[in-house]
Write a protein that binds this ligand. Structure first.
Ligand code: ADP
Length: 490
């Protein structure tokens, strides 16, 4: 199958969150399974062309845009560890600036930047004389490929048999644009925007709604989230559109790439370990505490270590943490290692806590790939009390590293973490349902009790490490959806 993947983030080139992990890993898995996959993303100013051996394609791409045409150049590389080609759309006007989206409110011209990317991706496929069977778009950034496929590209023979599949990674970011601008940039007839049309939501152009309505099939990143977005406020206003497309919507759980996230081969951790040698985790724990400035005497006093690697936003349950964490560290009942960047108020909270409890709270800021691996290996527990969580990858990394997740049972967390039952010895973590700090506190207490009960603790870690969510299984499920999307074209 010919699969064209277009996204704003693709690991390892450009990453903010889990979207990049998936758009980096799925194409590799499809490529390995024999599919012809091409990945398209912007050439951000932060991508190092030399590091990834990117070479510029000859000539320029002429991109229809806003009623005229614009030029872009294209660089090509291979997704590291694979033969899958990645194409980088270079336009100094749009992408050659610091950051991917623009902190904190987003760049003012994100509508223009990402609609241009969508149009350029179609043109690139044509320039390569390559017809995709599937056009796979991700989140609001490339959502516009779905209406474009049906409105402006329908009569183009290159795309006559292309089906559109739209994957929702997070409903919280919908691409709410000025209608006049969005319709113009996309080369849609502005008269076709009206109240109640497929692009419209609350008077604005909503890229995500448009993709939901125009895609052949829609996926989201976990079965629970697929239900939540249709039937609860997690649909963030688009519930009725999602319900309307309910028979074409499916939740496919994300997976993790074992070539990147396995303690058996992880180059960032001090000593490799596996299920059979899980006791070696203590080496990673000691090393991290040392790196965090703890003395040997302090390290000797063993306390359970909680880890967090996260964007610091309300979504990740930070209000609950602020309400409940301090009493545990003040009583010297646990340590926590946090790696996060995001909202300043949350960064200040952790920095302040770390100043006051230097032996209990270790904080890393900024984006730090090696440290994210070290924390996963070093921690006993992984804390993720999210307010909402479409899928969540870090709890899956934690499971793979024998690190026991303590999570709120929402979205993908509900699909991957199950409460440990000391009677049946089943379950791989600790969960709670209501978004209440008291419930988080109780759950941490439950988790801490098991740490001291050797037989349960050993079993729990084995259960965690045996919970596999590999990307290869996810990739196969996507191919089934692609076949489903193609049915009407065959
Ligand atoms: P989300 O996509 O909502 O941010 P996920 O759990 O799906 O959450 O994915 C987050 C990804 O980003 C994981 O790969 C995680 O390791 C990574 N990550 C988050 N913050 C950092 C950071 N500060 N440094 C390194 N990696 C990070």
């Amino acid at each position: 199958m010919n699969i064209l993947v277009t996204a704003a983030e693709v690991a390892p080139y450009a990453k903010v969150g889990g979207l990049a992990d998936m758009t980096g890993a799925l194409p590799k898995a499809w490529g390995a399974a024999g599919h012809d996959v091409k990945v398209v993303l912007p050439m951000y100013g932060t991508i190092d062309a030399d590091k990834y051996s990117l070479t510029q394609l000859e000539g320029e791409l002429t991109v229809p845009f806003a009623g005229h045409t614009e030029q872009a150049t294209v660089l090509e590389g291979k997704l590291p560890g694979s033969d899958v080609p990645a194409y980088f759309i270079r336009s100094a006007d749009y992408y050659d600036r610091p950051g991917i989206y623009g902190y904190h409110e987003g760049f003012e011209d994100n509508d223009r930047r990402f609609i241009f990317l969508c149009s350029a991706a179609f043109e690139l496929a044509k320039a390569l004389n390559w017809s995709p069977d599937i056009i796979h778009a991700h989140d609001y950034h490339t959502a516009m490929m779905m209406p474009m496929l049906k409105i402006t590209r329908q009569s183009d023979p290159h795309f006559a048999n292309s089906a559109g599949v739209f994957t929702i990674h997070n409903m919280a970011y919908q691409g709410t644009f000025d209608p006049q601008r969005a319709m113009t940039f996309a080369n849609f007839n502005p008269d076709e925007f009206y109240s109640g049309c497929w692009h419209e939501q609350d008077g604005a152009f909503n890229a995500m709604k448009s993709a939901i309505m125009f895609a052949d099939k829609i996926t989201t990143v976990s079965p629970t989230y697929a239900q939540e977005i249709q039937w609860t406020p997690e649909g963030m206003g688009l519930q009725s559109s999602l319900q309307a497309r309910g028979s074409d919507l499916i939740g496919l759980l994300n997976g993790i790439d074992p070539s990147v996230w396995s303690p058996e081969i992880d180059p960032f951790i001090p000593v490799p370990y596996s299920l059979d040698t899980i006791e070696k985790k203590i080496i990673a724990k000691t090393a991290l505490l040392k790196e965090g400035g703890l003395t040997d005497a302090a390290i000797k006093h063993d306390l359970p270590l909680f880890g967090m690697v996260t964007r610091l936003t309300e979504q990740k349950g930070l209000s609950l943490i602020i309400d409940s964490l301090e009493e545990f560290v003040a009583d010297n009942r646990l340590r926590i290692a946090v790696l996060g960047s995001g909202e300043k108020r949350f960064e200040s909270y952790f920095n302040d806590l770390s100043r006051r409890y230097p032996n209990n709270v270790l904080v890393g800021t900024g984006y730090n790939e090696p440290l994210s691996h070290k924390i996963q290996a070093a921690s006993d527990y992984y804390l993720m009390p999210s307010k909402f969580e479409p899928c969540g990858l870090t709890q899956m990394f934690a499971l793979a590293y024998g690190t026991v997740p303590v999570v709120r049972a929402v979205g993908g967390l509900n699909d991957t973490v199950h409460e440990y039952d000391p009677v049946t010895f089943t379950g791989n973590g600790f969960t709670f349902s209501r978004y209440l700090s008291g419930d988080l506190r109780d759950t941490i207490n439950r988790a801490l009790r098991v740490y001291k009960q050797r037989a349960h603790w050993d079993r729990l870690r084995v259960n965690a490490m045996s919970s596999h969510h590999w990307i290869s299984a996810t990739a196969e499920k996507y191919v089934e959806v692609f076949q489903w999307a193609k049915e009407r074209y065959s």
